[in-house]
Design a binder for this molecule. Structure first.
Ligand SMILES: [Zn+2]
Length: 311
């Protein structure tokens, strides 16, 4: 009798342990981030309450991603799909969400669009496909302004709390801790970037619009004739005159753009080409903090080197 009771108790205990284990496994919010920057932010804010996968790798062109079968499986399992939005993923995300057949992530609260939580730059007055194939809802590359990232992190914590109310207080605490650590850097970066203020640049794509706006730099033009379209010989020829007239100092490009057009323009003008990362995980960056560190360090040292080299 005693033995039977003990076995029954042990069985009950085992069931309780298994239930607790399976509950905690399901308690994790499963996040599929479209881009590494949002995956990184979700990890910072969600901590061990979230499991994060990224649909694109650092350095990949997020305007164009293949909706491959492994991604469909991740959409099916996700509690949240976390993307830039504002049209950045128009070419692939709708397909992924349709084929993923997970109604929870096809709209809010399971679908979170970071760029749509903040004011965007470059919203076109009229919609015309002739203006290029991207950026119809304004410039989506908002992760390159740390102040907008702070706003997005607050909204993201609230959204996590909506999806996982039992842990709402922890998401808010983790966001506050992250912001408290991040904010002093924002002021330090701005100070470090003081020599860049007022500087005129040409960028390959409208990639760093928010960074330039934050640091008081001016983008005179792009190497792309329209967002998403590759440089043409006639546009490049026009840029030579424009760079000279406007006294452009730096030509900014990402590794995926290739250095051919930037170097061509640099060889014909007083400007210098500088390759910059776009997402955390590229080159010597791993977090959003180290991404901004690297961006500002590269820009300031490129300006110094250019002043020495082309003086
Ligand atoms: Zn873009």
């Amino acid at each position: 009798m005693i033995l039977q009771t003990t076995v029954a108790q042990a069985r009950r205990l085992l069931i309780a342990v298994l239930c607790a284990a399976s509950f905690s496994a399901h308690a994790d919010l499963r996040i599929l981030a479209c881009e590494p920057e949002w995956g990184q932010l979700a990890t910072e804010i969600g901590g061990d309450l979230v499991t994060v996968k990224s649909a694109s790798a650092p350095g990949q062109d997020a305007h164009h991603i293949q909706a491959r079968p492994s991604l469909l499986a991740q959409v099916r399992r996700a509690d949240m799909v976390l993307c830039t939005g504002a049209g950045l993923e128009t070419g692939w995300l709708p397909v992924l969400l349709n084929r993923g057949s997970n109604p929870d992530v096809r709209q809010a609260p399971g679908l979170f669009m970071a760029a749509e939580q903040v004011e965007r730059l470059e919203i076109p007055a009229t919609l015309d496909r002739a203006d290029g194939d991207v950026h119809a809802m304004g410039n989506p590359h908002v992760h390159l302004d740390p102040n907008r990232v702070i706003t997005i992190s607050q909204q993201l914590a609230e959204r996590f709390a909506t999806l996982d109310p039992d842990n709402g207080a922890r998401y808010r605490e983790q966001q506050q801790a992250w912001q408290a650590a991040f904010e002093p850097n924002v002021a330090a970066w701005k100070k470090q970037a003081a020599p860049l203020e007022g500087l005129k640049v040409i960028s390959y794509h409208r990639t760093w619009a928010y960074l330039l706006d934050w640091l008081g730099m001016t983008r005179v033009d792009e190497l792309e004739p329209k967002p998403g379209l590759p440089p043409t010989p006639s546009h490049l020829a026009d840029l030579v005159g424009k760079a000279e007239k406007e006294q452009v100092r730096l030509i900014l490009y990402q590794p995926i753009n290739g250095d051919k057009a930037p170097n061509w323009l640099a060889s014909r003008t007083a400007a210098c080409a500088v390759e910059l990362p776009f997402s955390p995980g590229e080159e010597d960056t791993d977090t959003l903090t180290s991404l901004y560190d690297t961006l500002i360090q590269r820009l300031t040292s490129a300006l110094q080197a250019c002043e020495r080299g082309k003086a």
